[in-house]
Ligand binder design. Structure first.
Ligand code: IMP
Ligand code: MG
Length: 187
């Protein structure tokens, strides 16, 4: 990779400020009771790590891994749980943390599965939202930024498993996608 592969869309400092605000809002909103913050792997890992440090109340964390995209930039619409939660969530407040809400298929599926386990409540917090792409009936309760219908990477988000480590949200350039495909690494 080189620095011309991507273009910054939301810089690191701005993300940091927004995550602080989300944390404040979540801290203020939640009633008493157990709160478990569940990160959807892999994309949410950086956002989740930043977010929980801004939540000023007792909290536990857990992770889920789901598949849906493979190496493509388009959702296959098929969702599977690859790694389930470690602990039961019955009677607990569940906050699902996602990197990005796109078609909504992933979270729609995950929310339904979680609902069957009878948590006290389920809310969704996503860093990014592409409202124009929504096809499943799902909304986030907390959301960092609405973005246009463009493929983005960084701050946990990948293309073909690359660029997750970038500290800012970046758009990936079409020529970068073409190069990675030509190398046989992306779809
Ligand atoms: P959905 O099921 O279509 O809402 O897709 C959700 C998942 O697709 C996200 O959790 C991401 O992992 C991935 N995704 C959607 N849009 C992007 C993007 O622009 N860049 C990287 N990953 C994305
Ligand atoms: Mg994801």
């Amino acid at each position: 990779m080189n620095e011309n592969d991507v273009e910054i869309l939301i810089p690191e400092e701005q993300l940091k400020q927004r995550v602080k605000e989300l944390g404040r809002q979540i801290t203020a909103d939640y009633p008493d009771g157990e709160l478990v913050v569940v990160g959807v792997l892999k994309g949410a890992f950086i956002f989740m790590a930043d977010l929980v440090r801004e939540i000023k109340r007792e909290v536990t964390v857990d992770f889920l891994e789901v598949s849906s995209y493979g190496k493509s930039t388009e959702s296959s619409g098929q969702v599977r749980i690859l790694k389930d939660l470690k602990d039961p969530i019955e009677g607990k407040h569940l906050l699902l943390v996602e990197d990005i809400l796109d078609s909504g298929n992933t979270l729609h599926y995950v929310k339904n599965v979680m609902q069957q386990r009878h948590p006290a409540s389920i809310r969704i917090c996503c860093m990014l939202d592409k409202p124009a792409r929504r096809s499943a009936p799902i909304k986030s309760d907390y959301s960092g930024y609405d973005i246009p219908d463009e493929f983005v990477v960084g701050y946990g988000l990948d293309y073909a498993e690359l660029y997750r480590h970038l500290p800012s949200i970046c758009r990936i350039l079409p020529e970068t996608v073409a190069r990675i495909k030509a190398e046989g690494r992306g779809e």
